[in-house]
Design a binder for this molecule. Structure first.
Ligand code: NAD
Length: 296
């Protein structure tokens, strides 16, 4: 049994924390929201009233926080993890944050004597609850090996992407491709329909032809062909426009730093930024179909 501190018990963290408890570990849970801590307690975690209390004596610290500023504050603030956890603890940040912030966090953790990985996830709340997330991990080999058994409890795929920050690189490059492919899939289905080819027939053909992609076969934005897709429940998320926009902004910021050409990434970002500005943050990201059709 390992002593684990889990910080950030929101939509994703609550299920991840419960899975660590379910695997028999001694998990102490903390969140700024006391209700989230109570819910974690109901699922078998020890509640902590303060961050320092949660991480005191921890062997593993897992964080699942909204953004980079929260991560840097939680780890390196005066009341933070590195000030109160033993330096033998392995630090696992599963939040989606910028590559630069992840590398800054890794450098600071190393300077304080800690092993740390960035381990952002692919998969939404259902995968977090089910323990079937995919983890993309950046950090030194020793940190990866120390984190891996715990990531395997929360996920079904755990990839070592390379040194610190490379987990975030994999995450944002993948999600930029997802955003681009979703817009393209919506345009293709709309074009087919406008020219008299129904969605199911086009799906039957394209899903076995060269246009095949995950956005089509697992998450079809046209209602009908993929029954579990959000398109069949009026585009309730799933993965909301606001989350896709966050990841595309991180991708564009990193592309600028790296001098990478991202013409279509920018078009996808503009598409989701427009939906967000028009009040559709809560729509599933495949709801861009409605915009392509001129319905919103
Ligand atoms: P969320 O907002 O539901 O949860 C974040 C939690 O962190 C909240 O409960 C909040 O109270 C807590 N928190 C914030 N600052 C804190 C602090 N200083 N100390 C302690 N707790 C603090 O967000 P989420 O949907 O669970 O997402 C978490 C991360 O996972 C984000 O980085 C997101 O981009 C990423 N992600 C989310 C999804 C998804 O489908 N929701 C999928 C993949 C990745």
């Amino acid at each position: 049994m390992t002593k684990i501190a889990f910080i950030g018990l929101g939509n994703m963290g609550s299920g991840m924390c419960a899975n660590l408890v379910g695997a028999g570990h001694e998990v102490t849970a903390f969140d700024l929201n006391p209700d989230a801590v109570k819910q974690a307690e109901a699922k078998g975690a020890q509640p902590a009233a303060f961050l320092r209390e949660a991480v005191s004596g921890a062997e593993i610290v897992v964080t699942m926080l909204p953004a980079g500023k929260h991560v840097l504050e939680v780890y390196f603030g005066a009341e933070g993890v590195t000030a109160h956890a033993p330096s033998t603890a392995t630090l696992i940040d599963c939040s989606t944050i910028s590559v630069d912030e992840a590398r800054e966090a890794a450098d600071k953790a190393k300077a304080a004597g800690f092993l740390m990985v960035d381990a952002p996830v692919s998969g939404g709340t259902a995968a977090a609850d089910a323990g079937t997330l995919t983890f993309m991990v950046g950090g030194p080999d020793a940190a990866f090996e120390a984190a891996k058994p715990f990531l395997e409890i929360m996920g079904k795929n755990v990839f070592h992407a390379g040194p610190a920050g490379n987990g975030q690189v994999a995450k944002i490059a993948n999600n930029m491709l997802l955003g681009i492919s979703m817009v393209g899939t919506c345009e293709a289905f709309n074009l087919a329909e406008k020219l008299g080819l129904d969605a199911q027939t086009f799906f039957n053909i394209a899903s076995t032809a060269s246009g095949q992609c995950w956005s089509m076969t697992s998450y079809c934005p046209a209602p009908g062909p993929v029954p579990a897709a959000p398109s069949n429940r009026d585009y309730q998320p799933g993965f909301a426009v606001a989350m896709m926009l966050k990841d595309l902004k991180l991708a564009l910021g990193a592309a600028e730093t790296a001098g990478a050409n991202v013409v279509f990434g920018k078009l996808a970002e503009a598409t989701y930024a427009n939906l967000s500005a028009d009040g559709f943050d809560g729509l599933d990201f495949s709801g861009v179909m409605k915009r392509v059709r001129g319905e919103i």
